[in-house]
Design a protein around this ligand. Sequence first.
Ligand code: KIV
Length: 257
Amino acid sequence: MSAGKVFPETIRKMKGQERVPALTAYDYPLTRYIDAAGVPLILVGDSLGMVMLGYPDTTYVTVEDMEHHVRAAARARPNALLAADLPYRSYDTPESALSNARRLRTAGAEAVKAEGGQAILPQVEAIVEAGIPVIGHLGMLPQSIREEGGYHIKGRRQPERQALLEDARALQGAGAFCLVLELVTPAVAAEVTKAISIPTIGIGSGWDCDGQILVSTDLLGYSPNFIPRHVQPKAHLSDIVTDAVKAWAKEVACISR
Ligand code: KIV
Protein backbone atom coordinates (compact mmCIF):
# COMPACT_ATOMS: atom_id res chain seq x y z
CA MET A 1 0.00 0.00 0.00
CA SER A 2 1.19 3.49 -0.74
CA ALA A 3 3.46 5.44 1.59
CA GLY A 4 4.21 8.89 0.19
CA LYS A 5 3.22 10.38 -3.13
CA VAL A 6 2.57 7.91 -5.95
CA PHE A 7 3.81 8.68 -9.48
CA PRO A 8 3.22 6.82 -12.76
CA GLU A 9 6.68 5.31 -12.37
CA THR A 10 5.70 4.01 -8.90
CA ILE A 11 2.78 2.15 -10.49
CA ARG A 12 4.92 0.88 -13.37
CA LYS A 13 7.54 -0.50 -10.98
CA MET A 14 4.90 -2.43 -9.01
CA LYS A 15 4.70 -4.98 -11.85
CA GLY A 16 6.02 -8.30 -10.64
CA GLN A 17 6.56 -6.87 -7.14
CA GLU A 18 3.11 -6.20 -5.69
CA ARG A 19 -0.45 -6.10 -6.98
CA VAL A 20 -1.96 -2.71 -7.78
CA PRO A 21 -5.33 -2.03 -6.14
CA ALA A 22 -7.18 0.84 -7.85
CA LEU A 23 -10.60 2.40 -7.34
CA THR A 24 -12.72 5.11 -8.90
CA ALA A 25 -13.64 8.26 -6.99
CA TYR A 26 -15.77 11.17 -8.07
CA ASP A 27 -15.65 13.72 -5.28
CA TYR A 28 -13.66 15.13 -2.38
CA PRO A 29 -14.80 12.86 0.49
CA LEU A 30 -14.55 9.56 -1.38
CA THR A 31 -11.09 10.48 -2.69
CA ARG A 32 -9.99 11.21 0.88
CA TYR A 33 -11.38 7.93 2.25
CA ILE A 34 -9.88 5.81 -0.54
CA ASP A 35 -6.55 7.59 -0.20
CA ALA A 36 -6.57 7.10 3.58
CA ALA A 37 -6.91 3.36 2.91
CA GLY A 38 -3.62 3.45 0.99
CA VAL A 39 -4.93 2.65 -2.50
CA PRO A 40 -2.17 3.87 -4.87
CA LEU A 41 -4.24 4.64 -7.96
CA ILE A 42 -7.52 6.58 -7.98
CA LEU A 43 -9.44 7.13 -11.20
CA VAL A 44 -12.07 9.78 -11.75
CA GLY A 45 -13.83 7.45 -14.15
CA ASP A 46 -16.44 8.47 -16.67
CA SER A 47 -18.51 5.78 -14.95
CA LEU A 48 -19.55 8.86 -12.97
CA GLY A 49 -22.08 9.40 -15.75
CA MET A 50 -23.94 6.30 -14.58
CA VAL A 51 -23.27 6.16 -10.84
CA MET A 52 -23.30 9.88 -10.01
CA LEU A 53 -25.21 11.68 -12.78
CA GLY A 54 -27.93 9.12 -13.57
CA TYR A 55 -27.20 8.68 -17.29
CA PRO A 56 -27.81 5.29 -18.94
CA ASP A 57 -24.16 4.94 -20.04
CA THR A 58 -20.86 6.83 -20.16
CA THR A 59 -21.36 8.40 -23.59
CA TYR A 60 -23.28 11.34 -22.09
CA VAL A 61 -20.32 12.53 -20.02
CA THR A 62 -18.66 15.76 -21.18
CA VAL A 63 -15.21 17.21 -20.63
CA GLU A 64 -16.90 19.84 -18.41
CA ASP A 65 -18.44 17.07 -16.25
CA MET A 66 -15.02 15.47 -15.92
CA GLU A 67 -13.33 18.77 -15.04
CA HIS A 68 -15.92 19.43 -12.32
CA HIS A 69 -15.40 16.04 -10.66
CA VAL A 70 -11.61 16.02 -11.14
CA ARG A 71 -11.38 19.40 -9.40
CA ALA A 72 -13.35 18.05 -6.43
CA ALA A 73 -11.24 14.87 -6.20
CA ALA A 74 -7.98 16.83 -6.58
CA ARG A 75 -8.90 19.05 -3.60
CA ALA A 76 -8.35 15.93 -1.47
CA ARG A 77 -4.65 16.17 -2.47
CA PRO A 78 -4.28 12.38 -2.45
CA ASN A 79 -1.00 10.55 -2.10
CA ALA A 80 -2.50 8.21 -4.67
CA LEU A 81 -1.91 8.97 -8.31
CA LEU A 82 -5.08 10.74 -9.48
CA ALA A 83 -6.06 9.78 -13.03
CA ALA A 84 -9.10 10.83 -15.06
CA ASP A 85 -10.96 9.49 -18.06
CA LEU A 86 -11.00 11.35 -21.33
CA PRO A 87 -14.73 11.16 -22.06
CA TYR A 88 -16.56 10.00 -25.19
CA ARG A 89 -15.51 11.72 -28.45
CA SER A 90 -13.05 13.99 -26.61
CA TYR A 91 -10.01 12.33 -28.26
CA ASP A 92 -11.09 11.79 -31.85
CA THR A 93 -7.92 13.48 -33.15
CA PRO A 94 -4.43 13.97 -31.67
CA GLU A 95 -5.21 17.71 -31.38
CA SER A 96 -8.48 17.26 -29.47
CA ALA A 97 -6.94 14.49 -27.36
CA LEU A 98 -4.06 16.75 -26.30
CA SER A 99 -6.18 19.80 -25.67
CA ASN A 100 -8.70 17.84 -23.55
CA ALA A 101 -5.95 15.97 -21.69
CA ARG A 102 -4.49 19.39 -20.84
CA ARG A 103 -7.88 20.54 -19.54
CA LEU A 104 -8.10 17.51 -17.23
CA ARG A 105 -4.50 18.06 -16.18
CA THR A 106 -5.28 21.69 -15.32
CA ALA A 107 -8.28 20.49 -13.30
CA GLY A 108 -5.90 18.33 -11.22
CA ALA A 109 -5.55 14.97 -12.99
CA GLU A 110 -2.02 13.56 -12.91
CA ALA A 111 -2.70 11.09 -15.72
CA VAL A 112 -5.47 10.45 -18.25
CA LYS A 113 -7.07 7.25 -19.50
CA ALA A 114 -8.38 6.66 -23.01
CA GLU A 115 -10.26 3.67 -24.44
CA GLY A 116 -8.91 1.84 -27.48
CA GLY A 117 -5.78 0.33 -29.00
CA GLN A 118 -4.06 0.91 -32.32
CA ALA A 119 -6.94 3.11 -33.51
CA ILE A 120 -5.97 5.80 -30.98
CA LEU A 121 -2.17 5.45 -31.04
CA PRO A 122 -1.54 8.92 -32.56
CA GLN A 123 -3.69 10.40 -29.77
CA VAL A 124 -1.82 8.47 -27.06
CA GLU A 125 1.53 9.49 -28.56
CA ALA A 126 0.53 13.17 -28.72
CA ILE A 127 -0.51 13.18 -25.04
CA VAL A 128 2.57 11.26 -23.85
CA GLU A 129 4.91 13.48 -25.89
CA ALA A 130 3.37 16.51 -24.18
CA GLY A 131 4.39 15.01 -20.83
CA ILE A 132 0.97 13.83 -19.65
CA PRO A 133 1.02 10.19 -18.49
CA VAL A 134 -1.51 7.88 -20.17
CA ILE A 135 -3.34 4.76 -19.00
CA GLY A 136 -4.62 2.48 -21.78
CA HIS A 137 -7.97 0.68 -21.68
CA LEU A 138 -8.69 -2.46 -23.74
CA GLY A 139 -11.30 -5.21 -23.78
CA MET A 140 -14.89 -4.16 -23.31
CA LEU A 141 -14.91 -0.42 -23.99
CA PRO A 142 -17.91 1.23 -22.28
CA GLN A 143 -17.70 4.26 -24.59
CA SER A 144 -18.39 1.90 -27.55
CA ILE A 145 -21.72 0.71 -26.10
CA ARG A 146 -23.71 2.26 -28.95
CA GLU A 147 -21.66 0.51 -31.68
CA GLU A 148 -21.44 -2.78 -29.73
CA GLY A 149 -25.04 -2.87 -28.52
CA GLY A 150 -24.09 -4.16 -25.04
CA TYR A 151 -21.27 -4.98 -22.65
CA HIS A 152 -19.63 -8.11 -24.11
CA ILE A 153 -16.74 -10.21 -22.79
CA LYS A 154 -13.66 -9.93 -25.06
CA GLY A 155 -11.01 -12.46 -26.04
CA ARG A 156 -13.22 -15.48 -26.61
CA ARG A 157 -12.40 -15.70 -30.30
CA GLN A 158 -8.89 -15.97 -31.79
CA PRO A 159 -9.03 -12.66 -33.77
CA GLU A 160 -10.10 -10.84 -30.59
CA ARG A 161 -7.27 -12.47 -28.61
CA GLN A 162 -4.78 -11.50 -31.30
CA ALA A 163 -6.09 -7.92 -31.45
CA LEU A 164 -5.85 -7.57 -27.65
CA LEU A 165 -2.23 -8.72 -27.66
CA GLU A 166 -1.31 -6.41 -30.54
CA ASP A 167 -3.17 -3.43 -29.05
CA ALA A 168 -1.54 -3.98 -25.64
CA ARG A 169 1.96 -4.06 -27.18
CA ALA A 170 1.15 -0.99 -29.30
CA LEU A 171 -0.07 1.02 -26.28
CA GLN A 172 3.04 0.08 -24.34
CA GLY A 173 5.14 1.17 -27.33
CA ALA A 174 3.26 4.48 -27.48
CA GLY A 175 4.23 5.17 -23.87
CA ALA A 176 1.20 4.14 -21.77
CA PHE A 177 2.39 3.36 -18.23
CA CYS A 178 -0.34 0.88 -17.36
CA LEU A 179 -3.31 -0.75 -19.01
CA VAL A 180 -6.86 -1.44 -17.84
CA LEU A 181 -8.29 -4.73 -19.14
CA GLU A 182 -12.08 -4.74 -18.82
CA LEU A 183 -14.17 -7.90 -19.21
CA VAL A 184 -11.40 -9.84 -20.95
CA THR A 185 -11.43 -13.63 -20.56
CA PRO A 186 -9.10 -14.53 -17.65
CA ALA A 187 -6.85 -16.68 -19.88
CA VAL A 188 -6.30 -13.88 -22.41
CA ALA A 189 -5.89 -11.27 -19.63
CA ALA A 190 -3.15 -13.50 -18.16
CA GLU A 191 -1.52 -13.81 -21.59
CA VAL A 192 -1.57 -10.04 -22.15
CA THR A 193 -0.15 -9.52 -18.65
CA LYS A 194 2.79 -11.79 -19.47
CA ALA A 195 3.32 -10.23 -22.90
CA ILE A 196 3.92 -6.64 -21.77
CA SER A 197 6.18 -4.95 -19.25
CA ILE A 198 3.67 -2.38 -17.97
CA PRO A 199 1.10 -3.40 -15.32
CA THR A 200 -2.32 -4.64 -16.39
CA ILE A 201 -5.18 -3.56 -14.13
CA GLY A 202 -8.11 -5.92 -14.54
CA ILE A 203 -11.81 -5.37 -14.06
CA GLY A 204 -13.91 -8.49 -14.49
CA SER A 205 -10.88 -10.11 -16.18
CA GLY A 206 -9.78 -12.70 -13.61
CA TRP A 207 -7.06 -12.59 -10.96
CA ASP A 208 -3.95 -12.96 -13.11
CA CYS A 209 -3.66 -9.26 -13.94
CA ASP A 210 -1.05 -7.13 -12.16
CA GLY A 211 -3.77 -5.18 -10.37
CA GLN A 212 -7.51 -4.81 -10.00
CA ILE A 213 -9.77 -1.80 -10.40
CA LEU A 214 -13.42 -1.45 -9.41
CA VAL A 215 -16.05 1.22 -9.60
CA SER A 216 -16.03 2.24 -5.93
CA THR A 217 -19.81 2.52 -5.66
CA ASP A 218 -20.05 -1.15 -6.78
CA LEU A 219 -17.53 -2.20 -4.12
CA LEU A 220 -19.41 -0.20 -1.48
CA GLY A 221 -22.92 -1.26 -2.48
CA TYR A 222 -23.90 2.28 -3.39
CA SER A 223 -24.42 2.03 -7.18
CA PRO A 224 -27.99 3.09 -7.87
CA ASN A 225 -29.05 0.68 -10.62
CA PHE A 226 -27.11 -2.57 -10.68
CA ILE A 227 -23.89 -4.14 -9.43
CA PRO A 228 -21.98 -6.17 -12.04
CA ARG A 229 -21.54 -9.91 -11.52
CA HIS A 230 -17.75 -9.70 -11.11
CA VAL A 231 -18.11 -7.54 -7.94
CA GLN A 232 -18.58 -8.86 -4.41
CA PRO A 233 -19.57 -5.69 -2.52
CA LYS A 234 -17.74 -5.19 0.77
CA ALA A 235 -20.52 -2.98 2.17
CA HIS A 236 -24.15 -2.14 1.45
CA LEU A 237 -24.10 1.62 1.77
CA SER A 238 -27.39 2.15 -0.05
CA ASP A 239 -29.21 0.16 2.69
CA ILE A 240 -27.27 2.00 5.41
CA VAL A 241 -28.27 5.37 3.92
CA THR A 242 -31.94 4.42 3.53
CA ASP A 243 -32.09 2.96 7.06
CA ALA A 244 -30.38 6.00 8.60
CA VAL A 245 -32.73 8.39 6.79
CA LYS A 246 -35.79 6.32 7.79
CA ALA A 247 -34.67 6.29 11.45
CA TRP A 248 -34.16 10.07 11.43
CA ALA A 249 -37.47 10.75 9.61
CA LYS A 250 -39.25 8.57 12.21
CA GLU A 251 -37.62 10.54 15.03
CA VAL A 252 -38.78 13.81 13.46
CA ALA A 253 -42.31 12.46 13.03
CA CYS A 254 -42.43 11.36 16.71
CA ILE A 255 -41.41 14.68 18.23
CA SER A 256 -44.50 16.12 19.91
CA ARG A 257 -45.40 19.75 19.30
O1 KIV B 1 -15.00 4.78 -15.90
C1 KIV B 1 -14.54 3.92 -15.14
O2 KIV B 1 -14.92 3.83 -13.97
C2 KIV B 1 -13.54 2.99 -15.66
C3 KIV B 1 -13.16 1.84 -14.80
C4 KIV B 1 -14.26 0.88 -14.75
C5 KIV B 1 -11.91 1.21 -15.24
O3 KIV B 1 -13.08 3.16 -16.75
